[in-house]
Design a protein around this ligand. Structure first.
Ligand code: CMP
Length: 476
């Protein structure tokens, strides 16, 4: 916008400069021929033509300046919005035509302009043929402005070639669309008037459909729940309407699904569709659901695709490197590894939501997560946890709601440890509950410090936590 305004200003300056040069040239020309530059003076006809051109140039310049004064200054400053470019163009055309007629009449008072236009066959042919398209565009442009079927900033699909993009402007000649490949497409107004135009207004909740398939052995109810939850959480998916996940068709080899979701900013639908597909992939994988495969895919491959991530190598190494599990024996670590379930999350996905109930803790196996709390409506990052760190222990060991959001920063694989696995370990390792209660007390103190609440006394807090962990897990 800033660029186009400065280029407009440059063009006006060039016009003023050209006018000044032409005026000077003509002035010298008339001086040389000893004729005074005055309207109404009796020149020879040949001298009147340059004078007509010069006055026309002055008139055009005057109209441009008036146009800028009215539409740039008065409209934008007084009324706070930009006048449509078509209105500006019509103003320029009408004002210039009137001025030109006035100038023409004062130079060639003997010529009857009306008769010239109405009787001249040449003008008729020119207007009839040469201006046919131009006038068509012009009047279609007027009707587009009157109807206002779309506005600058809306996404439209127009023409048989399905030109799709964001409307950047409507001039007297064409609609200017910026496509999603950042190309500019100009669709002439007269063509647009003849075609169906699909309009996705900027201030409207526009929906999209994303398709995927699952195998027939997967539960539809589970698929609907899992996919709806991950899609509603994706960026640019509107929070105002819950996405719809439904079976579109029972295909030959797979259940065909469609996700209908609504966007905050429709112009970004390509990115959002891609993000939704990505979330579907991660969600299906985490939940043990399987993408539908063509009928020719052999069964062995399907089974391999559905294999849970718990078999990931290095789980025992990862768990034995977690500080709080240091007192555990090799057998206990192996027992724990067998009880963990692996999950993979996409960057930006929420693993834990503050306030929800939770009965597991997680160890970061690969990637990173951020721990975030919301203060005064704004997110504050409390910690970034990476491989070997754990989280979710507060909810698991105290039974209280989750204290923070935990969000994947990279593609992140976590190992989930449930209540039962921890209970077994507590019974054989009394010291484990104590070291975990210390971590919880420290993290609680960090949360309190950030939120400017009174920081709890860590020693007393840890003792209280230890007692509540013992109670919660039924330990002596
Ligand atoms: P829980 O409350 O179950 O869910 C959110 C988790 O964020 C919480 O458990 C902790 O594991 C983690 N968490 C909260 N505060 C901090 C912190 N200051 N540093 C690291 N992790 C934290």
């Amino acid at each position: 916008m800033a660029v186009s305004r400065s280029s407009q200003r440059n063009r006006l300056l060039v016009l003023i400069f050209t006018t000044a040069v032409v005026a000077l040239g003509l002035y010298l020309f008339y001086k040389l021929f000893g004729v005074r530059l005055e309207l109404g003076h009796q020149y020879a006809n040949v001298f009147k033509i340059p004078a007509l051109a010069l006055w026309a140039l002055f008139a055009y310049l005057g109209v441009r300046v008036l146009n800028a004064a009215i539409f740039d200054f008065a409209f934008r400053i007084r009324r706070g919005y930009e006048a449509p470019s078509l209105v500006r163009n019509i103003f320029t055309l009408v004002a210039f035509t009137i001025l030109f007629v006035v100038i023409f009449k004062s130079l060639y008072s003997e010529v009857n302009l009306g008769a010239l236009f109405t009787t001249s066959a040449i003008f008729g042919v020119i207007i009839g043929l040469a201006l046919q398209d131009t006038l068509g565009n012009f009047f279609s442009g007027i009707s587009l402005h009157a109807d206002r079927p779309f506005q600058v900033g809306d996404v439209i699909v127009v023409g048989q070639q399905k030109h799709t993009g964001v409307v950047e402007g409507i001039t007297w000649r064409a609609i200017k669309i910026r496509t999603f490949q950042n190309h500019v497409v100009l669709v002439s107004n007269s063509n647009a008037a003849k075609e169906a135009i699909e309009v996705c207004p900027r201030d409207n909740l526009n929906a999209r459909l994303v398709l995927f398939e699952t195998v027939y052995t997967d539960s539809p109810a589970k698929t609907i729940h899992v996919i709806r939850e991950v899609v509603r959480d994706a960026d640019n998916v509107s929070q105002k309407i819950v996405p719809i996940v439904r079976i579109r068709n029972l295909g030959d080899s797979a259940i065909e699904w469609e996700i209908k979701y609504w966007l905050d900013d429709y112009a970004k639908y390509n990115d959002t569709d891609a993000l939704v597909r990505q979330r579907v992939w991660y969600a299906l994988r985490r939940s043990g659901l399987t993408f539908g495969s063509p009928a020719r895919t052999i069964q062995v491959e399907r089974k391999r695709a559905a294999k849970p991530v718990t078999a990931a190598e290095g789980i025992t190494d990862r768990l034995s490197a977690v500080a709080v599990f240091a007192p555990l024996s090799t057998e206990e670590i192996e027992q724990l590894a067998a009880a963990t379930v692996g999950h993979v999350f996409a960057p930006g996905e929420t693993l834990i939501r503050a306030g929800e109930e939770g009965s597991s803790m997680f160890v970061v196996h690969n990637g990173r997560v951020q721990v975030q709390v919301t203060e005064n409506g704004r997110p504050r990052t409390v910690a970034v946890l990476s491989e070997g760190d754990f989280f979710g222990e507060m909810g698991l060991f105290t039974g209280e709601p989750r204290t923070a959001n935990v969000i994947a920063l990279d593609e992140t694989e976590v190992l989930e440890i449930g209540h039962a696995a921890m209970k077994l370990l507590f019974e054989t390792n009394p010291g484990l509950a104590e070291s975990i209660s210390w971590t919880i007390a420290e993290r609680k103190a960090e949360l309190a410090a950030g939120s400017q609440q009174a920081a709890p006394d860590s020693v007393a807090e840890s003792a209280g936590l230890l007692a509540s962990i013992r109670r919660f897990f039924g330990l002596r």
